[in-house]
Design a protein around this ligand. Structure first.
Ligand SMILES: NC(=O)c1ccc[n+]([C@@H]2O[C@H](COP(=O)([O-])OP(=O)(O)OC[C@H]3O[C@@H](n4cnc5c(N)ncnc54)[C@H](OP(=O)(O)O)[C@@H]3O)[C@@H](O)[C@H]2O)c1
Length: 287
């Protein structure tokens, strides 16, 4: 099978490159320089010329704060372009593997892990555009797997883990919010899950929406404590604070733990605990 991976220079895309080494499939890795997903003619011609029968879309507009003042651009990438890829996969009878987000939820106060069919209710532009992207896929008639994830981090690009690794090494004190709870998700684990599905043909008969993140639950404060401890950055004093002390253009979900039961039952894959995956990432960063 020929597989196109878009946004391949991002966190997830870079891990997709690593996890598919030695695969029986033929992967084509592109980012915006080679293939802009908002260019429908370019995608159609790439798919036709290269006999692509699956797309793994790792491209996205991921700047949650900036999306508030730039919703048209975010919508173009997270919704309209996703619809283009879904329509093209429908034309060729292909599969679209797409990654979405816990930001499709929000607004309500939850205190229990969210199943796939929980009521969506995005409170900001990023979540709205990602939810519109999901709907475009579902209505396209293509075969699809949508994996909603949260709090993605890795050795690559800019992310919370790398920022806190640096700050806890260089600052004497930090305050970090403790009233937003979720699960950090290592991009290497998510890429592994996607590769596992494709390598084993598990997409067939299992099309649908799934939640995928690492196991466990923590606040951003706990995540920062774990990063500092595992990295040996013990000289930085880390204190918990409320989200209200950090004004932000977006209301962030206070509890966005995803229930991953459907993913585990369907694909028979175990999921690593977030603390163990953090160790893997930090080892990767210090190599
Ligand atoms: N990061 C998180 O915390 C998080 C949480 C939940 C879900 N997700 C979802 O997980 C997926 C992967 O996220 P990530 O963190 O790996 O994203 P990322 O690191 O921001 O990577 C996205 C990649 O897409 C590229 N891109 C942007 N516009 C494009 C276009 N028009 N055509 C082709 N490529 C384009 C970006 O290039 P530039 O860098 O040049 O823009 C970047 O290389 C996304 O769907 C995201 O919404 C992320």
């Amino acid at each position: 099978m020929n597989v196109l991976v878009t946004g391949a220079n991002g966190q997830l895309g870079t891990h997709m490159r690593l996890k598919t080494v030695g695969s029986n499939h033929h992967y084509f890795f592109t980012d915006i320089e080679e293939l802009d997903i908002t260019d429908v003619a370019a995608i159609r011609s790439f798919v036709k010329q290269n006999g692509i029968s699956a797309i793994v879309n790792c491209a996205a507009y991921t700047n949650v704060d900036k999306a508030e003042s730039d919703e048209v651009a975010a919508d173009m990438i997270n919704h309209i372009a996703v619809g283009y890829m879904a329509d093209i996969m429908a034309e060729v009878g292909g599969l679209l593997v797409h990654v979405s987000t816990d930001y499709v939820f929000g607004g309500n106060l939850y205190n229990t892990p969210l199943p796939e069919d929980a009521q969506t209710n995005p409170t900001g532009a990023y979540g709205r555009t990602k939810l519109a992207g999901e709907h475009a896929i579902i209505h396209s008639g293509c075969r699809y797997i949508i994996l909603r994830t949260a709090w993605l981090y890795s050795e690559y690009g800019k992310n919370f883990c790398k920022t806190m690794l640096n700050l806890t090494a260089t600052k004497p004190a930090l305050t970090v919010v403790f009233d937003q709870v979720g699960t950090p998700t290592y991009a290497g684990d998510l890429a592994n899950a996607i590769a596992f599905i494709l390598e084993n043909g598990l997409d067939k008969g299992n099309e649908g929406v799934y939640h995928y993140g690492n196991e466990g639950v923590c606040s951003w404060y706990d995540f920062t404590q774990a990063i500092a401890r595992q990295a040996g950055n013990t000289q930085c004093s880390i204190s918990p604070c409320h989200s209200s002390e950090y004004p932000s253009p977006v209301v962030r979900p206070s509890y966005s733990v995803l229930d991953k039961s459907k993913f585990k039952h369907t694909f028979g894959m175990s999921i690593p605990y977030w603390v163990d995956s953090l160790k893997v990432c930090l080892e990767g960063l210090t190599k």
